[in-house]
Design a protein around this ligand. Structure first.
Ligand code: SF4
Ligand code: MG
Length: 283
């Protein structure tokens, strides 16, 4: 049956003004579109980590799993290997995936695992009331750093490009049309798609004014150029006068992790045929 109500009746406990609402809307809207064009929502799986973002598993009416902290990606890769027909989406937090789960993120990019990773990058641990994360701004004052952080944040796009990601994008929760478009393109990309989303945390790190002043949309940008993408990713060096590009930085078509795993030994077995064989064996 198409036209499933994608919002569950679970009580929503996100704070008013939280950017998670935008991501929920973007996912709901894009999945509704994909369903209209023939994707069965029964073939979609949502994996979340631990944090405010993770409640997406409660609020979206999809097959879903709350993984443990920082472990969305190994759970997602396991699901994809068990049934390569599924479309697997990870919603993860910045503290969740750039701290605890960073090694998994790098390996997923390096492998070109055919999953979509959406990072709710509010640059703070929101659920635990405001500790700094790897992307918190220099000088961020929170529960664990009352005097302000003394560290520069990491640049996730630069890291993902260097790790071999084949789809690298940045969105912003206050730019809905662009966010929808990036989520849709990410879901349609065959291979590892990574979308870092600047998400407003209305309660512990509201950077709306800063972002409004500094973001701009990528235009006339060659998404096939690695060097150009790298330069654009490095443009935001976390100085206060930085320009922050939004959009799709880089996309490339490459064999996926699943292609390679199921094609083993690669010389003489057609990967799709092998996937079919394995699925038959499992039935
Ligand atoms: Fe959203 Fe921040 Fe509230 Fe968490 S603490 S629900 S991220 S506004
Ligand atoms: Mg966070």
């Amino acid at each position: 049956m198409i036209g499933r109500n994608l919002i569950t009746p679970a009580k929503n406990t996100w704070c008013p003004g939280c950017g998670n609402f935008s991501l929920q809307f973007a996912l709901k809207s894009v999945l509704g579109e994909l369903e209209q064009s023939g994707t069965s929502l029964d073939d979609v799986v949502l994996v979340t980590g631990i944090g405010c973002h993770a409640k997406m598993a409660d609020y979206l009416n999809l097959n879903s799993i709350y993984s443990i902290h920082g472990r969305t990606i190994p759970a997602a890769i396991g699901i994809k290997l068990a049934n390569p027909r599924l479309k697997v989406i990870c919603c993860a937090g910045d503290g969740d995936c750039y701290a605890e789960g960073l090694d998994h993120l790098i390996f997923a990019a390096k492998r070109n695992a055919d999953i979509t990773v959406i990072i709710h990058n509010n640059r703070v641990y929101g659920l635990t009331t405001g500790q700094y994360t790897p992307t918190s701004p220099l000088g961020f004052r929170g529960r664990s750093t009352p005097g302000g952080t003394t560290e520069l944040p990491i640049n996730p796009l630069e890291l993902m490009l260097a790790s071999g990601a084949t789809f690298v994008a940045r969105g912003y929760t206050r730019k809905m049309e662009q966010l929808r478009s990036l989520v849709k393109q990410g879901l349609l990309h065959r291979g590892f798609s990574f979308i870092d989303v600047l998400q407003i945390c209305a309660t512990y790190n509201n950077m709306t004014d800063y972002y409004h002043e500094h973001v701009y949309d990528l235009k006339d940008h060659d998404i096939s150029g690695f060097e150009t993408a790298f330069r654009k990713a490095r443009e935001w060096d976390y100085n206060s006068d930085a320009r922050i590009a939004l959009g799709l930085f880089y996309q490339q078509v490459m064999p996926t992790y699943e292609d390679r795993v199921f094609a083993h030994p690669p010389d003489n077995i057609d990967s799709q045929k092998r996937i079919e064989e394995i699925l038959q064996e499992k039935m």
